[in-house]
Design a protein around this ligand. Sequence first.
Ligand code: FAD
Ligand code: SF4
Length: 517
Amino acid sequence: MKKKLPQDIRNLIVVLGDQLNTDSAALRDFDKDQDAVWMAEVASESTYVWSSKIRTALFLSAMRHFRKELEDQQYSVLYTELDAKDNKGSLDKQLKHTLSVHQPQAVKLVEPGEYRLQAVFEKVCTQSKIPIEFVEDAHFLASHEDFARHAEGRKQLRMEFFYREMRKRYNVLMNGDKPVGDNWNFDASNRKSFGKSGPSGVPERRLFKPDTITQDVIQCVNDLLADHPGDLSNFSWPVTRKQALQALNDFIQDCLPDFGTYQDAMWTDEPFLYHSLIAACLNLKLLHPREVIEAAEKAFQTGDAPIEAVEGFIRQILGWREYVRGIYWLYMPDYLEQNALEAKEALPDFYWTGNTSMYCMQACISQTLQWGYAHHIQRLMVTGLFSLLYGVNPKEIHAWYLAVYVDAVEWVELPNTLGMSQYGDGGIMASKPYVATGKYIQRMSNYCQHCQYDPAESVGDKACPFTTLYWDFLIRHENKLQNNNRMRMQLRNLQRLQGDKKKAIQQRARALRSQAI
Ligand code: FAD
Ligand code: SF4
């Protein structure tokens, strides 16, 4: 039986859609006779960026399962569903309404992962004259203060140095003071392509069949957000902690040994390859990063996975994931406004449909709309690279990444998009823009075999748009980049181009920007 709401609520604990852990710091002193949990599904969170149906369905289904878990444990939960009659449409309006009806003594929540939301909750509580307390998020391995300390006095914030500190601090893959295998980084042995024969024996992934809770959510999202991108017919993401643990175990057992080797490879109709698919579970807090790292390290210790794979994987979680969060909180809110390359183009429409003649873009976007998933290199070196070369305004491409992936939450998406992929922060995240011609995609995938364009050509009808726009990018930004040592080789190659060729490239680049590709 459901627990009744306390008549006079002492603490109203706000739980957001990406805070679904029962060991949350905000629930630590929860008194089941005096306190209540507050959760709300609101349309504005799906419309402020044009969120895909899959992303919204994942959040809502995980939230409803979490409500059930809490109610089964006799927590009182004040929950508003998306199609509820008294749904006010936004978090601030919904909370304001609850505060006026129930008048709790205080509101408490874990600090939101997104900068925007902290201000929203503070404002509502101030207006309602109810005290609010934000508690530190215990889900992460580096606090804001830890990262600020790391950043102090450093000219550059490279991930590698932060990662080494974290390895030592948490004693992960360490032999005393030295890294296991006498190497901090095994990238040189990783990141291979599949070669001509393509992948073989890629493990089949477990699909989590929608239960009745998820089916209700799917119906609701299809009804209320019918014009949003994406398709729910394949929805099969983990939505509970139990399922998240199954997904983690499957990955460790079946995929981790090959994770490093094929981390950067891409192949038609193989959306998942050896990737873990757990970013959404981590970001919604169905999994804790510590348990993920421990599971991977154990696989190395028991001889079930090689050091190259295990280190490569742990680097993503203990290194990149914590580092991008540090960057986000250190530089927000100004970070969102940065546009170091003054990119002004609108996002091409095909990002929302996959309807383009570029095979690699069509493959990565279609997969994204079908599953809400693309792996890192598909994001960085296909959809992200195209946007960078084309000159899309960073805010527009940021809104796209935040809308279409099941794991998209701003603290991790924004630095990856604006910083790493678009060089919009002028080098805070990346030491140089990640630019390449279509030949990179040809080397790492089989996409070009199916494409009407030729990655070796930069001008003419068969020229690969990536290749044309790569040279055009260097021409446009030559002055800005000439003091960057890591760009020296690429700029030297640019200087070898004859004037006529440069003109022809620029002409074709202009044409690409003015027509549907
Ligand atoms: P795996 O490849 O199996 O990696 C393991 C885990 O490491 C991931 O689950 C993730 O938690 C972590 N990780 C890996 N790379 C990164 C990274 N660069 N930054 C932070 N964590 C990382 N990741 C998100 O979680 N949410 C996002 O919204 C997001 N947006 C991105 C946008 C762009 C433009 C780019 C280039 C990357 C983005 N990433 C984002 C990082 C990365 O692409 C995804 O974490 C990864 O593809 C998720 O798939 P996976 O779980 O199979 O990861
Ligand atoms: Fe993509 Fe160019 Fe290869 Fe076509 S030729 S798949 S556009 S990289």
